[in-house]
Design a protein around this ligand. Structure first.
Ligand SMILES: Cc1cc2nc3c(=O)[nH]c(=O)nc-3n(C[C@H](O)[C@H](O)[C@H](O)COP(=O)(O)O)c2cc1C
Length: 525
């Protein structure tokens, strides 16, 4: 039997709950009435006016839809910009987990455009394999750079990225022995703290190396170059996601610290000009390269995405007239489908050529002007998995860099919110609450593993093709599937032109072990 006190207690709890329930129902009804009145009286949204209250479900579902599609409905190779298969490889490589798969491939190798490598009947044995060779960039500079890693971190500014993200990349680059490009936002203490190799990018606003009027300042350049870690300087002409548009950093992300590093006002949108005001022709470009090299003593190159490409011939002809020393030490070629912190959709979706088309174009022109071994080629644009990197090497890239591959190594889930300061993984936000989840030391390990495992698997591809190391990959090692399902070698699709007769003949690469076995006499035989 229940005692009187217990009964009273249960009774009072139940009646309180009942009152609370009635109160909540009443409150909900009141809120719905309020929403109804607001919906029918507003004039901005037709849907809310015509279907008061229920119209809100559309907005909720539209928001939730992106999560449902990503987690439940999108197939492994369906999503953009990166599908689940591509992302999973990066996540597993970064966590140093097994990247092997069971049962069979889910990739459709019959699709036009698909890339496949041609295996050698007698692959390179482990004992014959050699480590990836280092390459010197800017051999004739007072301070040339010997780069050891063929896969490196592409430019992302401190500002677009959070402090812990930059720290993780910097520490990871040090562990992995690769370089980190600062992006156009200047050099921060967080780039420098690990001691990793850095490439300083000079954007159109010359953040970090500008005077009060926004012009390039030699004294500031000298200060930046005085850091031994800063190995090279990159003039940014354009980037794939927004050719013809300068950097955009929303005011919400321009903290006092970022403002002082860049030399601008805090809290205001940081918008750089849509090109370097002082570079208006190929001669201006060569003059600027010469000036920065003279002031810094270090290799200087430029980054661009190709659209119109006739200017390359003008540039390379001019270099031959002015002399080999006038050449940029490297060209970073970005793909039209490259990433960004923020860009107008029309430029992102419609402007520029993809790396698939532009990389052979650039390499062929360098080759035909006899400049291929003078100017190093750095390729970027969705080259985040080993096969894509190997493809770029086959076509003649000397290095590959990635931005979003490394963001994924830091834990990016492709939430597509880099421009909103709400990045849920703390990578592209300055909200301290969201940054808390990103531990720089832990993620530095992931960056390290990603570089290591990617390089390892590119070497696996190279060895299966019968060469000793990835830098020996050639165009005939990779095929592209055409309409109808038959594949053609890249050497057929993009035959490498002969260098000019007057120039000293420089082979694209040294002949490699197994080349004669790998090169098919009849491409389809
Ligand atoms: C968040 C973010 C910030 C970026 N900031 C810069 C930048 O400051 N300068 C630049 O040249 N490119 C910038 N990029 C472009 C990348 O460096 C790279 O060229 C492009 O994303 C293609 O590489 P990916 O496909 O591996 O990401 C940025 C990209 C992202 C995603």
């Amino acid at each position: 039997m229940m005692s009187r006190e217990t009964f009273d207690l249960v009774h009072s709890v139940l009646s309180t709950l009942a009152y609370a329930f009635v109160f909540l129902v009443g409150l909900t009804l009141l809120a719905l009435c309020l929403v109804y009145l607001l919906d029918v009286s507003q004039t901005k949204q037709a849907l809310r006016r015509n279907y008061p209250v229920v119209a809100h479900f559309r907005y909720v579902f539209e928001h939730l839809g992106s999560f449902f599609r990503q987690y439940f409905f999108a197939m492994d190779r369906e999503e953009m910009p990166f599908n689940r298969a591509q992302r999973s490889w990066v996540y597993r490589a970064a966590k140093n987990l097994d990247t092997t798969q069971a049962f069979g491939s889910t990739r459709d190798i019959h699709q036009p455009g698909a890339l496949i490598f041609v295996n050698c009947p007698f692959p390179t044995l482990g004992i014959d394999a050699t480590p990836v060779s280092s390459l010197i960039i800017g051999a004739s500079c007072p301070q040339p750079f010997t780069a050891n890693s063929l896969f490196n971190i592409s430019g992302m500014s401190y500002g677009a990225l959070s402090k812990p993200a930059v720290q993780a990349l910097s520490r990871g680059a040090k562990l992995a022995g690769c370089w980190l490009n600062t992006g156009e936002g200047g050099l921060s203490p967080w780039h420098l703290e690990s001691g990793c190799d850095l490439v300083f990018q000079i954007g159109t606003a010359k953040y970090g190396v500008r005077d009060a009027q926004g012009n390039l300042c030699d004294a500031r350049l000298r200060e930046v170059a005085a850091h031994a870690q800063v190995r090279m300087f990159e003039i940014k002409l354009s980037q794939g996601a927004k050719p013809g548009k300068g950097g955009i950093l929303p005011g919400a992300k321009v903290s006092a610290e970022i403002a002082s590093i860049r030399g601008i006002a805090a809290g205001q949108d940081s918008i750089s000009p849509n090109r370097h005001p002082d570079i208006n022709s190929v001669d201006d470009l060569l003059d600027m390269i010469a000036r920065i090299r003279r002031v810094t003593g270090k290799p200087v190159g430029f980054k661009c995405v190709l659209g119109a490409y006739g200017w390359l011939d003008a540039l390379f002809s001019r270099i031959r007239q002015r002399g080999m020393d006038s050449a940029p030490d490297f060209i970073t070629l970005d793909s039209a489908d490259g990433g960004t912190g923020a860009a107008p959709t029309s430029l992102m979706d419609y402007m520029g050529l993809s790396i698939r088309e532009s990389l052979p174009m650039l390499v062929d022109r360098l080759q035909s002007h006899g400049l291929k071994s003078r100017i190093r080629v750095i390729a970027s644009g969705k080259l985040i998995n080993p096969a894509e990197v190997a493809w770029a090497l086959c076509l003649g890239a000397d290095f590959v860099v990635s931005a979003r591959g490394f963001m994924m190594a830091l834990g990016c889930i492709q939430a597509l919110q880099c421009n909103r300061n709400t990045c849920p993984t703390g990578i592209t936000t300055h909200n301290p609450r969201l940054q808390k989840g990103l531990n720089p030391d832990h993620k530095a390990q992931r960056v390290h593993h990603y570089v290591h495992n990617l390089a390892h698997e590119v070497a696996v591809i190279a060895h299966a093709c019968g060469v000793r190391e990835p830098r020996e990959l050639q165009r005939y090692h990779c095929h592209q599937v055409m309409q109808g399902g038959r594949s053609r070698a890249l050497s057929e699709l993009f035959p490498l032109p002969a260098p000019p007769a007057a120039a000293q003949r420089i082979p694209l690469r040294e002949p490699a072990l197994g080349d004669e076995l790998a090169e098919p006499k009849h491409p389809h035989g």
